[in-house]
Design a protein around this ligand. Structure first.
Ligand SMILES: Cc1cc2nc3c(=O)[nH]c(=O)nc-3n(C[C@H](O)[C@H](O)[C@H](O)COP(=O)(O)OP(=O)(O)OC[C@H]3O[C@@H](n4cnc5c(N)ncnc54)[C@H](O)[C@@H]3O)c2cc1C
Length: 285
């Protein structure tokens, strides 16, 4: 199917983009790997596409005192290959490497992925576990939105009309932290049927903190309380017990022809146990 007719604009500054996005029916375009398929299906019918992909500086990746900042236009391929990301946040580089296929990773962007808020996307789950902040800008100014407040529901975020994601900031993780993203990928699309991000912090042989997020099962990624791990020594039993909290956190699971809701919840528990154990193993560096 062809998209409905639309106008196309390609601003080269943020101010120009904001001005164009002020028009009725205008929509930002980044890598186009979610928006264009939706337009072809006529699920999305923007009057004007505002192609932000040529705005300089929006693809920068930087590590500084505030943590790791990934520009909205950084492609999945660039994040996956970045030595800065691999050094400071290995789980994020690995998450990027698991997205789609080479073509999708070459065009798809961090900003586009989280703005689209597909429940089966990979970044949202990992960013929730990492406690990221989404940095936005619009004619009204800039905002910093905690990732837990950013995802509202399926394909719905806290972004306001005319507002752009400019970057995402991930707070620095203390030494002795390990992180792992595991997913059961859909065989056709590679999207996450279930995706699990686990972060474990250790000191002196004891767990000092842990975070777990589940994607693909609800309308938005879900944080699971695994604080019971704090103070424990890592073992298969303590991780199995912590993973037991997953089912209770996942009310109304998504089900489809490929995987029922019940199956997804079961899978999430299994992957959570494995991800927590693997994250703990990585705490040694
Ligand atoms: C075959 C295929 C397989 C895929 N597999 C996976 C997968 O395994 N895992 C996964 O996570 N994803 C997968 N994707 C999705 C892919 O990661 C997309 O690239 C991504 O979801 C959207 O990024 P984009 O840059 O292409 O955004 P676009 O398609 O350009 O835009 C998507 C939405 O975000 C908005 N937008 C874009 N940038 C911004 C911004 N900076 N600020 C505000 N709004 C913005 C647009 O207006 C639009 O609503 C797949 C896609 C395809 C086609």
């Amino acid at each position: 199917m062809h998209p409905a007719p639309f106008d196309y604009q390609r601003p080269v500054t943020l101010d120009e983009a904001f001005s164009l996005l002020g028009a009725e029916g205008a929509r930002p375009l980044a890598g186009g790997h979610s928006l264009l398929p939706a337009m072809k299906l006529r699920v999305s019918n923007p009057a004007t596409l505002v192609d932000i992909s040529r705005i300089p500086g929006l693809d920068a990746i930087e590590q500084n005192g505030g943590g790791l900042t990934i520009g909205a236009l950084a492609t999945h391929e660039v994040v996956a290959a970045s030595t800065v990301v691999a050094t400071h946040c290995r789980i994020l580089a690995e998450t990027a490497a698991h997205i789609g296929d080479a073509q999708v990773r070459a065009r798809g962007t961090m900003g586009g992925s989280i703005a689209h808020a597909d429940p089966a996307a990979d970044y949202p789950t990992t960013l929730l576990a990492l406690g990221a902040t989404v940095n936005t800008a619009s004619v009204a100014g800039t905002r910093q939105v905690a990732i837990g407040d950013f995802f509202v529901d399926i394909f719905t975020t806290a972004l306001e009309l005319g507002e752009l994601i400019t970057s995402v900031t991930i707070p620095s993780l203390p030494a002795g932290t390990g992180g792992v993203y595991l997913k059961h990928r859909h065989p056709a699309s590679s999207y996450a049927v279930v995706g699990i991000a686990a972060i474990v912090m250790m000191e002196g042989g004891s767990i000092t903190g842990a975070r777990l997020a589940v994607g693909g099962v609800a309308g938005k990624p879900v944080a699971v309380d695994v604080s019971a791990l704090t103070g424990q020594a890592p073992s298969p039993e303590v991780f199995a017990s912590a993973a037991g909290a997953v089912a209770g956190a996942l009310g109304n699971p998504i089900g489809d022809l490929y995987a029922s809701g019940e199956y997804r919840v079961h899978l999430a528990g299994v992957l959570a146990r494995r991800a927590l154990a693997a994250a703990a193993e990585r705490t040694a560096g």
